[in-house]
Design a protein around this ligand. Structure first.
Ligand SMILES: [Cu+2]
Length: 163
């Protein structure tokens, strides 16, 4: 039979363990590292367009299109890390039939705006020349006329690891 003193000591250990677990939990949470996916379907766009993640998470781009695309950081707007990114995302035609992939980990909270430099540029009149759906940027002087399209871009919001 356990002595009263030893039982008290054992209870103390349990309380101590509970306190340690309680304070350790947020540290474990911050080490949770999720992987989020952005897909290029068989057209010139990133989906989802907007993605919200936590600091420490990774974004994985997958190009399911036959054509090559790129992930280029728009450093004028970016407050998260990974500035200067300019990465080719191979299409299945140039990658042996397999989708090209690219991974980026975000350690700091902020905004990461990116685009594809093949499909988000301006012409000599500073009009977007990107292809896109019918509800893209329209020519206001010619209703029903040329569709300037929607630049191929996306935005990632990186929240703090804990809040
Ligand atoms: Cu592209």
């Amino acid at each position: 039979m356990l002595s009263h003193r030893f039982r008290f000591y054992r209870f103390g250990l349990l309380v101590l363990a509970a306190c340690l677990l309680g304070t350790a939990a947020p540290i474990w949470a911050s080490e949770h590292r999720a992987v989020h996916q952005v897909t290029v379907p068989d057209e010139d766009r990133f989906t989802p367009f907007a993605l919200t993640i936590r600091a420490g998470d990774t974004v994985r781009w997958i190009n399911n299109d036959t054509d090559d695309h790129t992930v280029v950081s728009d450093d004028a707007f970016n407050t998260a890390d990974n500035k200067g990114v300019d990465h080719l995302l191979a299409g299945t035609d140039s990658n042996g039939g397999k989708p090209g992939t690219f991974r980026l980990r975000f350690e700091h909270p902020g905004t990461f705006v990116y685009y594809c430099r093949f499909h988000a540029r301006l012409d000599s009149s500073n009009q977007p020349t990107a292809p896109g759906p019918r509800d893209g940027i329209q020519n206001m002087n010619n209703q029903g006329g040329p569709n300037f399209g929607t630049p191929m871009m996306g935005v990632i919001t990186v929240l703090p690891a804990n809040d």
